[in-house]
Design a protein around this ligand. Structure first.
Ligand code: BGC
Length: 451
């Protein structure tokens, strides 16, 4: 009997995303996403990396599912690629859907529950050319795409996530331009926030309409936001509004937060919110997906950043480190922030189940004699699982944990330089090597908890 035991029925999973692992970017009718396009912009992605070869999951999914089974995973979170299912955002492409059907059936045959994310950042480039998420119509096109996936898989897949981290899509994509589509317009970013949330609400309706038994939710990247000194409180409030509450409050409480609406009024946010939209974006969800990596310690520097920023209306915010250990992304390791976050969510909505849909760390792993000794990742994951357990002990209804990521993969603007997998991928040979963290996680799953 392990010391820290998790609730019965707990989902033990790992997550990936289509563009990050699939490769085969032109196979079976797939067309460009905004990330294919951004990868071609010189300097946009470290080493000029692209979606090729990825981890070649498109062709190796069967052996990857066997690997998942060997580790004892009972859930796999992956995303469907809009440009495979509806190339250029247009007509349905049966061959693209065939791939996801093969993957889902393979998972089910191996006793692994599929969790589908409908949008993990690969908007068809053709839709970006028509305005992308800054254009309201994109939300309706998303609902059409969601209907295609639900029609094909709604009979077998019971866990659906509409969007992954709309904060990144809107602010990193349209305000600061570090992510695709690489735009730097505050107005476009705020339009994108609302249209993404509208897309979420429309997709919940599609899920309910096509798969009555399905569970529908959204995944947000949430950060505890802490003002370092009392004089930093105002800018910290604004950061919390942009990072967390503008997305979370409609889902938890059925409205955009008043203070954030006031902060963003000079930037035109409310121009995009039409009658009836708030009701749509606030559709009842069955769970909240939480991606947790770290917290944000905020100070008010008094000096606005020069150049594009994601912190619209909070341009004087800075995020000093505290001397904690850093991951290879330069992110501080703050496991207790996850307990705080889960308890805060529990206080706000004790009735709403939560799943940790991502948590993990990049480290500079190397294969030596066929092994990867990633003790720093083992410590990271163990500390965060303890943090989840602490929240559950205090009443939080956390029903699953997906580590990010199953495989090393394309880490967006960082390309293949950062490795988040519990399984190492040699991109030249596509050889998979389970790291020590994978073996450790397999033991946790077998024990249903931590010793
Ligand atoms: C994203 C993943 C990403 C990970 C690490 C999350 O923001 O959903 O796609 O690889 O964090 O940066």
């Amino acid at each position: 009997m392990s010391v820290l035991s998790f609730p019965p029925g707990f989902h033990w999973g790992a997550a990936t995303a289509s563009f990050q692992v699939e490769g085969s970017t032109t196979a079976d009718g797939r067309t460009d996403s905004i990330w294919d396009a951004l990868c071609r912009v010189p300097g946009a992605v470290v080493n000029g990396d692209s979606g090729e070869p990825g981890a070649d999951h498109y062709r190796r999914y069967r052996s990857d599912v066997e690997l998942m089974k060997s580790l004892g995973l009972n859930a796999y979170r992956f995303s469907t690629a809009w440009p495979r299912v509806r190339p250029d955002g247009g007509a349905e492409n049966p061959k693209g859907l065939d791939f996801y059907e093969r993957l889902v059936d393979c998972l089910l045959d191996n006793g692994i529950t599929p969790w589908i994310t409908l949008y993990h950042w690969d908007l068809p480039q053709a839709l970006e050319a028509e305005g992308g998420w800054a254009d309201r119509d994109t939300a309706f096109r998303f609902a059409d795409y969601a209907a295609s996936v639900l029609d094909r898989l709604g009979d077998r897949v019971h866990h659906w996530i509409t969007l992954n981290e709309p904060w990144c899509s809107a602010f990193l994509g349209y305000a600061v331009g570090r992510h695709a589509p690489g735009r730097t317009s505050p107005r476009a970013a705020l339009a994108a926030v609302h249209h993404l949330m509208l897309a979420h609400g429309l997709a919940v309706d599609v899920i309910r309409g096509s798969a009555a038994q399905a569970q529908a939710g959204i995944t947000l990247n949430l950060f505890p936001v802490v003002a370092v000194q009392p004089q930093d409180a105002e800018v910290a409030r604004r950061v919390d509004g942009l990072q967390n509450r503008i997305f979370l409050d409609p889902v938890l409480h059925g409205r955009y937060p008043e203070d954030v609406l006031a902060d963003l009024a000079p930037h035109g946010f409310t121009d995009y919110v039409l009658d009836g939209d708030v009701a749509t974006i606030s559709r009842t969800v069955d769970f909240l997906g939480v991606n947790y990596y770290r917290d944000l310690q905020v100070i008010d520097s008094g000096v606005p950043v020069t150049g594009p920023t994601e912190w619209i209306g909070a341009e004087t915010a800075r995020f000093p480190a505290r001397g904690r250990p850093l991951t290879d992304m330069g992110w501080e390791v703050v496991p207790e922030g996850l307990t705080d976050l889960l308890l805060s969510l529990h206080r706000q909505r004790p009735d709403l189940p939560v799943y940790i849909t991502e948590n993990g760390a990049a480290y500079a792993d190397e294969v030596v004699d066929g092994q990867v000794h990633d003790s720093d990742r083992v410590e990271f994951l163990a500390a965060h699982l303890r943090a989840v357990h602490a929240a559950i002990s205090e009443g939080a209804d956390v029903r699953g944990y997906f580590c990010w990521s199953l495989l090393d993969n394309f880490e967006w603007a960082e390309g293949y330089a950062k490795r988040f997998g519990i399984v190492h991928v040699d991109y030249a040979t596509q050889r998979r090597t389970p790291k020590d963290s994978a073996h450790w996680y397999a033991r946790v799953i077998a024990d249903h908890g931590l010793g």
